[in-house]
Design a protein around this ligand. Structure first.
Ligand code: DUC
Ligand code: ZN
Ligand code: ZN
Length: 487
């Protein structure tokens, strides 16, 4: 009998720390050997001249999710996970969204029904909390953490989703108590509404004004406030989709001060600009996302932050709303910018864009690429070392990459359920050619080899705060606050 179910031979293996040529032996869905030469594989794959990397972990995607305004994302867990698999990913962590008045228990059971029969990739969810009632805080969130859903997102903007600062403090404290990680969409709601009202009053309703209506200052203010609130109660906080130099600087400064603050950015902020919104009506709506696209100087600053380690995550923020009546144009053929569903697709191009613009252009190393697209997500979201690396005992989740393969994708060349691609026309060098999940080849070139529902739900571990010192302010400590028990 063969010693290994699979041997991947002769590839250049890269992890978040090391790059080396090796054979990888896989047995029972796990990596069971790494050696200069292995023999005895039931199946062998020649990876000479290619990179063998940990499967990507896409930890920011909106799949089968309704927005507060009623738009439904176009991808379900089948098309979303298939598209992710063609982009070299082996794990997805989309969102399960609680809208006001809904129970978290019901939300999770709805998303279980959406994901389990359809996902081709292993998956978990982050909860979105918009209604932190006592029942949610004291019963339902602890139950969710018990199930291994150890992260959730809140919004500091949008009238239908916003949590006020006092509610954010409640949530941060609950997360701290249970070892969960809070993720936050940080933009100042008042500044945005103030801008939207003025722009619309003056008739500036074209898509390009979406970028104007969400000023950089709104993100910078909210990130600084989030840092202050999280620091006050000593809780970890991850700023998703950071789009400004000022916001990234605040994250970097907080990290330097030893705070448990993390940042994520997304390909669109480093490859597109607000000028992409300036198209004949209504085509600019394709590029309406929040936070909005910025400018070339911001792109340069964000590259610098990626290089310097400010950001832990490079995520797509895949928010697929089709360019038709089901999505971008659901409020008319030429909707004002403030009636357009926010977001753009990108789950399949997330990692190739970073390979092309980052690794192949010499901006980051292959090891930084692995950290940003896989290992850091596994560590932050309680999946490491089962996921996110290539080591003995890890799940055999890998993607084989051809660093020279160049493609110019079009509007319909992805495997998602979209009818446009914001990155169409870009020359992208470096693509995955094979994706392997738990030892099974699920994508081989252009061929999908995975069945709907093969993906498994991942029970995640609590947030690991090793390496961060706990710093409680004196007002929260009974020894220095005259004995009051606040936390
Ligand atoms: N936030 C996201 O994370 N995605 C889409 C829109 C938004 O506001
Ligand atoms: Zn957001
Ligand atoms: Zn998002």
């Amino acid at each position: 009998m063969a010693e290994f179910d699979l041997i991947i031979k002769g590839g250049t293996v890269a992890t978040a720390s090391d790059t080396f040529v090796a054979d990888i032996g896989v047995k029972d869905g796990k990596i069971s050997a790494l050696a200069s030469t292995l023999t005895g594989g039931f199946k062998e794959i020649n990876a000479k001249g290619k990179y063998v990397l940990p499967g990507g972990i896409e930890s920011h995607a909106h799949i089968a999710q309704e927005s507060a305004t009623g738009a439904m994302t176009s991808d379900d867990y089948y098309t979303g996970s298939v598209s992710a698999a063609f982009g070299g990913n082996t794990t997805i962590i989309p969102f399960a969204a609680q809208h006001r008045g809904h129970s978290v228990r019901d939300v999770l059971s709805t998303y279980d029904d959406r994901a389990a029969p359809k996902s081709v990739l292993d998956y978990s969810y982050h909860l979105i909390i918009s209604d932190p009632t006592d029942v949610v805080l004291n019963d339902e969130l602890p139950e969710a953490f018990e199930r291994g859903i150890t992260s959730f997102k809140v919004f500091m903007t949008y009238d239908k989703m916003i949590v006020q600062d006092e509610q954010l403090l409640d949530i941060l404290v609950k997360a701290r108590e249970h070892g969960a990680l809070t993720m936050v969409h940080a933009e100042n709601n008042a500044m945005i509404k103030w801008m939207v009202n003025r722009l619309v009053d003056q008739g500036h309703t074209q898509a390009k004004y979406h970028a104007v209506s969400h000023p950089a200052a709104a993100e910078v203010e909210a990130i600084n406030r989030g840092i202050a609130l999280a620091g006050f109660v000593d809780a970890p906080l991850l700023f998703v989709h950071v789009s400004t130099d000022g916001g990234a600087n605040a994250v970097a400064k907080a990290r330097l001060a030893g705070k448990k603050i993390f940042g994520e950015t997304c390909p669109q902020y480093l490859t597109l600009t607000a000028n992409d919104l300036d198209r004949a009506d209504p085509e600019g709506t394709k590029y309406c996302c929040s936070p909005p696209l910025r400018d070339v100087a911001t792109q340069e600053a964000l590259w610098r932050h990626l290089q310097a380690g400010t950001f832990h995550l490079w995520s797509s923020d895949h928010s697929p709303y089709r360019y038709d009546k089901s999505g971008k144009l659901m409020n008319g053929d030429n909707p004002p910018f403030n009636a357009v569903a926010n977001g753009m697709p990108g789950i399949e191009m997330r990692a190739p864009l970073l390979f092309s613009e980052g690794v192949n252009k010499g901006r980051i190393s292959i090891n930084q690429f692995v950290a940003l697209t896989s290992t850091n997500a596994a560590k932050l979201f309680g999946l490491h070392p089962k996921k996110g690396t290539i080591c003995i005992g890890a799940d055999a989740d890998m993607a084989i990459w051809d660093p020279e393969l160049t493609k110019v994708p079009g509007d319909n060349s992805m495997h998602d359920n979209m009818n446009y691609n914001p990155f169409a026309g870009m020359s992208v060098k470096g693509w995955p050619t094979m994706t392997i999940s738990r030892g099974e080849v699920i994508v081989d070139g252009e061929e999908l080899k995975a069945e709907a529902g093969r993906g498994q739900f991942l029970k995640r571990s609590p947030f690991d705060s090793t390496g961060y010192t706990s710093r409680l302010v004196p007002e929260l400590v009974p020894a220095t606050n005259f004995g009051a028990k606040i936390l």
